[in-house]
Design a protein around this ligand. Structure first.
Ligand SMILES: Cc1cc2nc3c(=O)[nH]c(=O)nc-3n(C[C@H](O)[C@H](O)[C@H](O)COP(=O)(O)O)c2cc1C
Length: 198
């Protein structure tokens, strides 16, 4: 094969991969529609708003769901909604805001960042962040923590969970199972901690 033909082939491959990556990212970052779902409406220990970006694989809804289960176990009312146009920005009814985000190109998912921008001033609201990634979660976690602090939120928890990288070194169980356990425990601890201050 001639050199120029080879070079053209490589160029086409690069363009196709870039386009594919671009489409993949566009789909992943697309804002999800969805109503607020209320869990344990009678819960009296506190009320939490859980705003999350569902992503593509179902990992985020699963671990955010486990975190919410921890709150429910402590008698909290939980309102859950994708980070989109229907996510409430008036937080006066909530004792806790939970943000759940995947990592896209080392950054929190745009719908979650845009949601925090729409809220504007978090007015000292307690905020827990759950950030997921295949393995490289640190940068996006730090970015979301920083955005919460800059918006005046009180960061009460920051939980990184990974799909591929072990969440607990040496734990023989499936990584997803470990992630769910860590998320549930974190939900219980945050609820108990905030419950004491009420
Ligand atoms: C467009 C795109 C970009 C991603 N970028 C990263 C990344 O920079 N670092 C990383 O560890 N994982 C990355 N991931 C993996 C996701 O963070 C991981 O699968 C996530 O926790 C669940 O999101 P998902 O359900 O949308 O895949 C990326 C996934 C997608 C779809």
């Amino acid at each position: 094969m001639s050199r120029s033909r080879w070079a053209r082939g490589v160029l086409v491959l690069i363009v196709v991969l870039a386009a594919g990556g671009g489409i993949w990212t566009f789909v992943a970052e697309s804002e999800a529609a969805g109503e607020v779902v209320v869990l344990n409406p009678e819960g009296e220990s506190g009320t939490a708003l859980v705003v999350y970006h569902p992503g593509l694989s179902g990992y985020v809804p699963e671990v955010v769901g486990a975190f919410a289960d921890g709150l429910l176990e402590e008698g909290w009312r939980v309102e859950r909604v994708p980070a989109g146009a229907r996510a409430p920005t008036d937080l006066s009814r909530y004792e806790l805001l939970v943000l759940g985000s995947p990592t896209y190109w080392w950054t929190p998912a745009r719908p979650v960042s845009r949601y925090v921008e729409r809220v504007g001033n978090l007015e000292g609201k307690p905020v827990a962040v759950v950030v997921t990634a295949s393995g490289q979660v640190e940068r996006s976690r730090a970015l979301l923590e920083g955005q919460v602090r800059d918006a005046g939120g009180e960061l009460v928890l920051s939980l990184p969970l990974t799909v591929w990288r072990p969440n607990v070194d040496g734990d023989p169980r499936p990584n997803e199972e470990v992630a769910r356990e860590l998320a549930g425990r974190a939900g219980r601890e945050v609820a108990a901690g905030l419950g004491e201050n009420r």
